[in-house]
Write a protein that binds this ligand. Structure first.
Ligand code: BGC
Length: 435
């Protein structure tokens, strides 16, 4: 057995997002999207896990397991139900929530936008609306003023790349469901400007707070034939957003899997020509989106590949690859793992995933990369967007009829690592930490 020690002061946490856990988020674009005829969603979010009312007990529960950090989001659609109208009762709600989180002994790690938008902004075009960045900044200012010095960690926008690709190129059935490159480009511009404006406003109001964005990053792998496709997809989904983070205080890294593209070598030069020519590109992008849709619906993998409920390759060590890549792009910038996890009905798999992922992370920390925390997705089983409640990502299970919480063995396992700052692993051959 080997014991791996993590640095003192490491953030150990679990994450949620408002729409996925709070329930009754009726002013949001997703609420409407779930209920519309022909919705791509498996089921509506409904009462979710009633976290809007149960946040205090839920925070206590997380703290009792050993965590020191809780990542959650403030819901823009609640705070600003109509343009320019901020609801003081909702701002107070989040102040009380932050106080409960802190009172439980947890560091609040607050996300200001986790996928959902107020319906009124969605009606204006969402992130494509010319005014969206300024509106987002105004909302963030209100929240930061209300929360004051109770919050030291802010994420502006969760996974802008997924929002753009999933909603504006139509890859994951997210709203608004447009499928053209022009729509994607305008949304990307809005997301980047929104992030920059929000970050600058937060730093102006709270100079000592640490502000960044969280990024969905994959471990990419290809043979020579597939390399141009990989490079193209990675640019589109990741680099565009990572490059805009030069002045951020940290990079939030969220990794679930590895993506492999294997194509015959003869395709490579052809693909390079296609991807370099805008008219041909317009033809190539829908193919990429369709491939992504197949992955998202669980139809990926190939023979012999171990898959999670989501249909992703079971690959906990992908995290080390993405942390290394982020550190190469932004040398020296602090990194926080803000999501890592898997959907599975077999909790022993979650323990294995955490153990192997953390062992790989420990190696990159040992190599000198400035990783400051590990926040698992998710604290609770919750509403997994288009896939509804069918995906179980939680360290804690929830019976949605009684709203009773049941801690899974993985919750105790990770909680104990959090409490001690140590992970014990078997020296199995091939284990990343076994050498
Ligand atoms: C998102 C979460 C989501 C998780 C699992 C991340 O992309 O931030 O909202 O539930 O992945 O799919």
């Amino acid at each position: 057995m080997t014991e791996l020690a993590f640095p003192p002061g490491f953030l150990w946490g679990a994450a949620t997002a408002a729409h996925q856990v709070e329930g009754d988020n009726g002013n949001s674009d997703w609420w409407k999207w779930e209920l519309q005829p022909g919705s791509p969603c498996r089921e509506p979010s409904g009462r979710a896990i009633d976290h809007y009312r149960r946040y205090a007990e839920d925070s206590q529960l997380l703290a009792s397991l050993g965590f020191n950090t809780y990542r959650f989001s403030v819901e823009w659609a609640r705070v600003e139900p109509a343009p320019g109208e901020f609801d003081p009762a909702q701002l107070d709600h989040y102040v009380r929530m932050v106080e409960a989180v802190r009172g439980a002994g947890l560091i609040p790690f607050v996300t200001l936008n986790h996928f959902t938008l107020p319906q009124w902004l969605a009606a204006m075009g969402g992130w494509r609306a010319p005014g969206a960045p300024a509106l987002f900044e105004a909302y963030c200012r209100r929240v930061a003023v209300a929360l004051g010095d109770r919050v030291d960690w802010y994420c502006t926008i969760n996974e802008p790349g997924v929002v753009a690709f999933g909603g504006y190129l139509g890859a994951f059935g997210f709203p608004p469901g447009t499928r053209d490159l022009g729509s994607w480009k305008r949304a990307v511009a809005g997301l980047l400007a929104g992030h920059t404006r929000a970050r600058d406003a937060l730093k102006e109001l709270r100079p000592t707070a640490r502000v960044g964005a969280t990024h969905s990053l994959q471990e990419w792998e290809s043979n020579a034939g597939g390399r141009p496709a990989i490079e193209f997809a990675r640019r589109l989904n990741e680099d565009v957003f990572l490059e805009a983070c030069d002045r951020d205080d940290f990079l939030g890294i969220q990794t679930y899997t590895r993506v492999r593209v294997e194509l015959p070598a003869v395709v490579e030069p052809l693909l390079r020509v296609v991807l370099a020519a805008p008219p041909l590109l317009r033809l190539a992008v829908p193919l990429l989106v369709r491939r992504q849709e197949r992955r998202a619906s669980g139809a990926s993998g190939g023979p012999g590949v171990r898959l999670t409920q989501m249909g992703y390759e079971f690959r906990p060590e992908a995290l080390a690859a993405t942390v290394r890549r982020a550190a190469t792009l932004h040398p020296g910038k602090p990194i926080v793992v803000t999501e890592h996890g898997l959907a599975t009905a077999d909790d022993t798999e979650r323990i294995e995933f955490i153990s192997r992922g953390l062992a790989a992370l420990h190696q990159v920390i040992g190599a000198g990369l400035p990783v400051q925390g590990y926040i698992h997705w998710s604290a609770f089983d919750n509403f997994e967007w288009v896939r509804g409640y069918s995906m179980t990502f939680g360290l804690i299970g929830v019976d949605r009829t009684t709203q009773e919480r049941t801690v899974k063995p993985s919750g105790r396992f990770l909680g104990e690592i959090a409490r001690t700052g140590r992970l014990t692993i078997a020296n199995a051959p091939g284990h990343p930490a076994a050498g």
